[in-house]
Design a protein around this ligand. Structure first.
Ligand code: SF4
Ligand code: WCC
Ligand code: FE2
Length: 624
């Protein structure tokens, strides 16, 4: 019998892996195993298939070729590959942002029934950021103007993004000086694809610097737009109670899972799931209700704004179906394993894809457009309810109780908890009660025992009086471990514990989805402005202990580019160029005031981060 506790730290994960084996369902862990050993050239970033003279690879031991057919050496090949990872990640976040801007424009034109301006206040704040005429304008007029201004951000006609101006002045000056100021969201990604074409940018340093600019177009551009427009349409998150793990699925209810990233689909499903007619239909079919739950980041979006419970993170997505208790899974895009449709064939689960840009095998495609979204959402929920009759009770397995948690810590909510200004937080940091703050973010990856990296690192940090802000799958991991309850303050060091208890907040604050890492940037910027320093001077750090996606690469790069030291738990494919490794882990410090480190062991990663925070405190003269 296989020991599943080697693969995942979670009880629900271990039990459901056992059931998957029994049901003969193949999971990501088995497919990952079948890929071993990984190709050494690819692992080191030394293979190139950018053109048809290749594929080429460089021998890291210097015995075989040291150049590709075109003459590219290890530095060029590694830098090009890394650049394209940043471009793909930035494109994913930013295109998600664009989809929200389109909905905002349609709301303004009255063409999106089912959507509205959820936060007129935030609409006005953003209109201010863009310098729009606000006086005497209705919400819809303003929404039209703002959508138009944001569409411009994607283009090539400006010298710098408007959104970027929210970064502290010293950062802006630095980016300008280095020539990495992002100009257009699409432009930087497009230029990265151009530069990495054979025969264009063969200066690995310039390529890496453009990677910085490309990532900044995501963090302070596309991702920030995605976050802010989601807040405008669906409301600014406030602290909300919820629940997490597979126990949120209900034996006696119709279970619907939304999976993916864009709240445009999941928000209308939320509306439809509380439709009285559909609830009555569910009752007729013998169900006690309609239970909507989330997975990955679209789940985080709903959790942040409505307290919708969360079934799990990335590596749990297949296992949610293995419960046999899911009537329907509705997906949009990103991080949706193409295996899910085939897993679902073992059960009665209906699988629905909704985005014109994301098709999947063995799923039914029902395309969402703002014009028809609400009607389609109702149709889908109705079909899910009807599918309840086909559930086979013998196949249902829900062996765990959910864990309670709090989500909803937008920057606005954090400031409100502090009494309206960042001052109390700054005072607590100055007094050393809170030593610093760390964003623990990113994915799961079968290279790391599931959730171990996130949870152990987070525990080590809070024990040492470091406040943790988390997003994405890291946030779900920490929630499952019970760290998002005010009671978890007991696990914190004395200073952080005192602050959390006084404010009634957990020591680990759920800041949202992956695009909401932009909230961490905004908060870091606010702290820097309040102290009159650059972000790089603050006792802050980032960590992506279990990252897997290209989006995470872009996030890591924009964290560092914003002046935040960042520790990765998984090595990116760059070790084939010690020059690139040296630049990212050392050289960037002089250039941009922060670097990367790589450390898979969470205890050691915590030590690195603590040392960095203490160093920054000392430099600021805080403990003098
Ligand atoms: Fe080979 Fe150069 Fe073509 Fe890459 S770009 S595949 S190294 S010839
Ligand atoms: Ni965001 Fe990473 Fe999860 Fe996907 S959902 S797996 S990018 S952290
Ligand atoms: Fe390979």
């Amino acid at each position: 019998k296989k020991d599943f506790s080697k693969l995942t730290t979670t009880k629900d994960g271990q039990l459901l892996l056992e059931k998957a084996a029994h049901d003969q369902v193949e999971t990501v862990w088995e497919r990952f195993e079948a890929q071993q050993p990984h190709c050494g050239f690819c692992e080191m970033g030394l293979s190139c298939r950018i053109c048809a003279m290749g594929p080429c690879r460089i021998d890291p031991f210097g015995e075989g070729p040291s150049r590709g057919a075109c003459g590219a050496d290890a530095d060029i090949i590694v830098a090009r590959n890394l650049g394209r990872m940043v471009a793909a990640g930035a494109a994913a976040h930013s295109d998600h942002g664009r989809d929200l801007v389109e909905v905002l424009a349609k709301v303004a034109q009255g063409k999106a029934p089912g959507y509205k301006i959820g936060s007129p206040e935030k609409l006005r704040t953003l209109a201010g950021v863009y310098g729009l005429e606000i006086e005497g304008k209705s919400d819809t007029e303003l929404a039209a103007d703002l959508a138009h201004a944001m569409e411009e951000e994607y283009g090539t006609r400006q010298e710098r993004l408007t959104m970027v101006n929210r970064a502290p002045d010293p950062r802006l000056e630095l980016w300008e000086k280095l020539g990495v100021m992002p100009r257009g969201v699409d432009r930087e990604t497009s230029e990265m694809m151009h530069r990495t074409h054979m025969g264009v940018d063969n200066d690995w340093v310039r390529l890496c610097l453009h990677g910085v600019r490309n990532a900044l177009s995501d963090g302070w551009g596309g991702s920030l737009i995605a976050t802010e427009v989601s807040d405008i349409l669906f409301g600014v998150p406030k602290p909300t109670k919820s629940q997490v793990n597979l126990g949120v699925l209900k034996e006696d209810q119709v279970n619907i899972i939304v999976h993916g990233h864009n709240p445009v689909v999941s928000e209308t499903i939320t509306l439809a799931a509380s439709d009285p007619d559909l609830l009555a239909l569910a009752e007729q079919k013998g169900a006690k209700g309609i239970n909507l739950v989330g997975l990955c980041c679209t789940g985080n979006e709903l959790l942040m704004r409505h307290g919708i419970p969360m079934a799990g993170n990335h590596l749990m997505s297949e296992l949610t179906l293995v419960t046999g208790a899911v009537e329907m899974m509705i997906v949009d895009y990103q991080c949706i394993m193409p295996s899910l449709g085939s897993v679902a064939t073992c059960y009665h689960t209906k699988m629905i894809s909704t985005s014109d840009k994301a098709g999947f095998p063995q799923m039914e495609h029902r395309e969402f457009h703002p014009e028809i979204a609400l009607d389609l959402a109702r149709e889908l929920v109705k079909e899910a309810v009807e599918n309840y009759e086909l559930r086979n009770p013998d196949k249902v397995y829900l062996p765990v109780e959910p864990v309670e948690m709090y989500g909803g810590f937008s920057v606005e909510a954090i400031l409100e908890a502090l009494g309206g200004t960042p001052t109390p937080l700054i005072e607590a940091i100055k007094a050393g009660k809170i030593r610093g703050a760390v964003g623990v973010v990113g994915c799961n990856n079968p290279k790391i025992k599931h959730d171990l990296g996130h949870v152990e690192l987070t525990k080590r940090l809070i024990e040492n009086d470091i406040l943790v802000l988390d997003t994405g799958c890291a946030a779900v991991a920490n929630a499952k471990a019970g760290l998002k309850l005010p009671e978890a303050a007991e696990l914190a060091g004395p200073g952080l514990k005192e602050i959390c208890q006084a404010l009634g907040i957990p020591p680990v604050l759920h800041v949202g989805s992956c695009v909401d890492n932009s909230r961490i940037l905004v908060l870091a910027g606010a702290l820097a402005d309040a102290l009159g320093v650059d972000i790089s001077a603050l006792p802050l750090a980032g960590a992506a202990p279990e990252w897997y996606s290209e989006k995470a690469v872009s996030i890591g790069v924009y964290f560092v580019a914003s002046g935040v030291y960042t520790v990765l738990g998984v090595m990116p494919p760059i070790t084939g160029s010690m020059n690139v490794v040296g630049l990212l882990t050392k050289g960037l410090d002089d250039v941009i005031g922060a670097t990367f480190d790589v450390e898979p062991d969470p205890d050691k990663a915590a030590l690195l981060i603590r040392a960095h925070i203490e160093k920054k405190r000392k430099e600021l003269g805080l403990d003098a």
